[in-house]
Design a protein around this ligand. Structure first.
Ligand code: HEM
Length: 205
């Protein structure tokens, strides 16, 4: 296989993994965390306990979540490094979105490393995880940093859905692309609002 062909294939794998399984996981993750709105701290603790006790959860986490994210992140950083950012020359929205996709990629990476370290590797017990998160978010600086991290990840994902559907040839004409632009923006507002609400709720547990 020549260099161009293998590069094309790697890009396609990078792009597909971002939707399945990573995108599906993000939606499931936010949905499960929404339990804070229905049964408060008790429901939240139950959800964490149930997730931790799913058979073969560690193997599933490695294969379905960790490997795709590590691959997407490493190849993604290479794409960021290669990108030609010309936002100051062409200021229309899609050009900004291209630039923001790369900025949010780097912020998401830093955020994920912190998020996974404190809530997955350093702490295991559901009560401890909740109290660490609660204390962290009560610090206004960390609350703001958390909101920036979460919103960056969601912008990266929702704007990514737009480029995914276009690069895979699902949405082709101009008019559909304009509609899609509004749909992904709405998805960003909905998922972003829900996630910031979850952070706010955990802060006042
Ligand atoms: C962890 C650090 C991450 C880095 C460094 C990163 C990097 C990138 C880059 C550079 C692109 C643009 C690719 C292109 O234009 O060809 C991209 C696209 C994308 N990323 Fe990420 N990303 C990260 C995490 C995530 C996460 C957690 C998600 C969540 C689902 C995600 C979802 C997407 C989607 C849906 C696309 C669009 C794919 C496409 O254009 O076909 N990324 N990523």
């Amino acid at each position: 296989m020549n260099y161009k062909k293998s590069n094309f294939l790697i890009r396609k794998v990078h792009s597909l993994l971002a939707i399945i399984p990573m995108g599906l996981f993000i939606i499931l993750h936010i949905t499960l965390n929404s339990s804070v709105f229905y049964g408060g701290i008790t429901a939240y603790k139950t959800v964490i306990n149930v997730m931790q006790n799913i058979p073969l959860i560690t193997e599933a986490e490695i294969i379905i979540i960790a490997i795709p994210i590590i691959f997407h992140a490493i190849y993604g950083l290479w794409i960021v490094y290669l990108a030609k950012n010309n936002v100051l020359t062409y200021t229309y929205y899609r050009n900004w979105a291209f630039y923001l996709q790369r900025i949010t990629a780097v912020i998401t990476l830093i955020y994920l490393l912190f998020h996974v370290a404190i809530l997955r590797f350093l702490n295991h017990d559901a009560s401890v995880i909740i109290s660490v998160l609660n204390r962290t978010l009560q610090n206004p600086l960390f609350f703001i940093l958390y909101v920036i991290g979460v919103l960056s990840a969601i912008y990266h994902f929702t704007n990514g859905i737009f480029s995914f559907l276009i690069s895979w040839g699902v949405i082709v004409n101009d008019k559909s692309q304009k509609v899609l632009q509004y749909i992904v923006l709405l998805l960003f507002v909905l998922l972003g609002g829900l996630s910031v609400g979850i952070l706010g709720k955990i802060t006042y547990f």
